[in-house]
Design a protein around this ligand. Structure first.
Ligand code: F6P
Length: 546
């Protein structure tokens, strides 16, 4: 297959970029009073406004043509059909089946995966109901008050983000904690005030071999057993989520307390599987299913909507426009919602582990940019930290703004202040402030003539900074499902254009491999000489300090 950069649409876009680079969005808005209406899409109550982008009808035409030339529609069909598009691991990619509320059969190697998915959903329902109704009791007969979810990466970030996002749907008397870092401080600080009799651990690991998770799980088991008589108590306090029944059993967890998932669920796409068990426990199975419903709605939209009105397609193509034609290296995720505090962390893994690749699906080295650096923070905090660089720095950073029209709380004035900042930021980024405008303000403030030019330059904002806005009624489980699925498919669109495998993560392996050797070298007091001088130096200095 031809490289995306060799395609006619790519060449056209390169030439077109020269034209667009000279235009300011202010002028595009002045020239077209219908720009917002034309460049925004509704998906039920969610509004996706992409009008504050450096685009014209021509840009969109060329981007859609690029999508056609890379065969995007066929690639979408192949994913939903269960083709083994994760070619390095020879796996299907079917997180969409996990939330397939239509229950339409989905075949992997000729076998429908839906009955298995429904069976695990039922198991999750029974378990989460039992915990929430106090039917499930600890070894001394007390109900569970604290659930500690132990996992890392995709087995942690997704559920952690969702539980935080849905805090208003949680019960104060049932706390869900997350432990991921192998740094003992994470586990120690989490369990230090917990009661063994009322604490339940979920050990979540697709492979059940991940160093961090297994180290934390073993220490959690030790902590638990230190105060308990008899190994049978473990069954009431440890459950596992994994694809590896053998390892779960070897760890000492009865496989009847194991929640299965499958190799066609990638870690960073696994919150919809039993990896989402802490979500079901925290907010109830009905709300977990609403989350699935929201994601399914987006799946149907993504699968069936024409490219021109397909939100994830637009998100992906706009990202490509800046990444590959304007040299943008990053993307900011800016939810104006404290409950979405962990959204950027989750999307960072979803995007960067998926599209941080330098070879195509045939194993050929790429000569063009792929996945962006994803970062972000809940508004308005970011405004007082890194927005300066977005407004006046030398880098182009496309931004995504997200907010709910309604808050879960009713303290007067807060929500209006929050949303006014969201909307104003998108306007400021787009409009900017000219030197002339800055001068007029300075003169009105009585600034002396000799400082006017210098200050006016410092107060000039170039504007023309692109952003997308997502505005919806409230952050409920269904809407959250919508938002996450939109981003998952945006990642898919970009991986499809770049012709990379978005579903493996070979890049995390080398560090894991070397850590094993380094761990061995750390034992004993003798000086280490087997590495190059820096690694030897670090190891030996560590030994002298410990
Ligand atoms: O970081 C690498 C990775 O393999 C992620 O893709 C995955 O989400 C994480 O480690 C955890 O893996 P596991 O669920 O097997 O413990």
């Amino acid at each position: 297959m031809a490289r995306c950069t060799q395609l006619p649409a790519w060449q056209v876009l390169q030439e077109h970029q020269w034209e667009i680079a000279r235009q300011h969005m202010r002028d595009l808005f002045s020239a077209d009073t219908q720009r917002f209406e034309r460049y925004s899409i509704r998906l039920d109550d969610l509004l996706f406004d992409y009008s504050k982008n450096r685009i014209t009808d021509k840009t969109l035409e060329h981007l859609f043509e690029l999508a056609r030339q890379v065969g995007l529609q066929e690639k979408i069909t192949a994913m939903f059909r269960g083709d083994k598009i994760n070619n390095t691991e020879r796996r299907a990619v079917l997180h969409t089946a996990l939330r397939n509320r239509s229950n339409r059969p989905v075949l992997v190697d000729g076998v429908d995966v839906m009955p298995g998915i429904n069976r695990v959903l039922e198991q999750m329902r029974i378990f989460s109901n039992a915990i929430r109704s106090h039917e499930w009791r600890g070894y001394t007969g007390k109900p569970i008050s604290d659930v500690v979810h132990i996992g890392i990466g995709g087995s942690d970030l997704g559920p952690k983000m969702v539980v935080k996002a849905l805090t208003p749907y949680c019960r104060p008397e049932l706390k869900v904690h997350f432990v991921s870092n192998v740094d003992e401080a994470d586990l120690v600080e989490t369990i230090k005030n917990l009661n063994r009799e009322t604490t339940l651990f979920i050990v979540a690991s697709k492979t059940f071999t991940t160093q961090e998770t297994m180290t934390n799980a073993l220490s959690a088991r030790e902590w638990f057993m230190a105060g308990v008589d008899g190994k049978e108590a473990i069954a009431k306090h440890f459950v596992a989520v994994s694809t590896n029944a053998e390892k779960v059993e070897a760890f000492g967890i009865d496989t009847k307390n194991m929640f299965e998932f499958w190799d066609w669920v990638g870690g960073r796409y696994s919150l919809w599987s039993a990896i989402g068990l802490p979500i079901a426990v925290a907010v109830g199975m009905e709300n977990f299913e609403l989350l699935l419903t929201g994601a399914h709605k987006v799946d149907e939209h993504f699968r069936t909507e024409p490219l021109e009105s397909n939100i994830p397609v637009l998100m992906g193509l706009l990202g490509i426009w800046y990444n590959n034609f304007f040299g943008a290296q990053t993307q900011a995720i800016l939810p104006y919602d404290q409950y979405l505090d962990f959204l950027a962390d989750h999307l960072q893994q979803a995007d960067m582990e998926s599209n941080g690749k330098s070879v195509d699906i045939e194993g050929k080295r790429l000569d063009y940019d792929t996945g962006p650096v994803i970062f972000g923070q809940a508004g308005t905090n970011g405004q007082h930290a890194f927005y300066q660089l977005i407004h006046q720095g030398s880098k182009l950073i496309p931004c995504d703004f997200l907010a709910a029209a309604r808050s879960h709380h009713h303290l007067g004035g807060h929500h209006e202040a929050l949303l006014s900042n969201f909307i104003a930021q998108t306007e400021a980024l787009m409009r900017g402030k000219t030197t002339e405008e800055a001068k007029v303000e300075l003169v009105a403030e009585g600034v002396p003539e000799d400082q006017l030019d210098m200050l006016a330059m410092a107060k000039t904002f170039p504007g023309n900074k692109p952003s997308n806005s997502f505005l919806y009624q409230s952050l409920d489980p269904e809407t959250l499902g919508v938002l996450i699925a939109l981003y998952e498919h945006k990642v898919f669109v970009q991986g499809s254009v770049w012709n990379i495998n978005s579903f493996d993560q070979m890049g995390v392996e080398l560090g894991k491999q070397l850590a094993k050797t380094v761990l061995k070298d750390m034992t004993g007091d003798e000086s280490v000489t087997s590495h190059e001088s820096s690694t030897n130096g670090l190891l030996n200095y560590y030994k002298s300090l410990r």
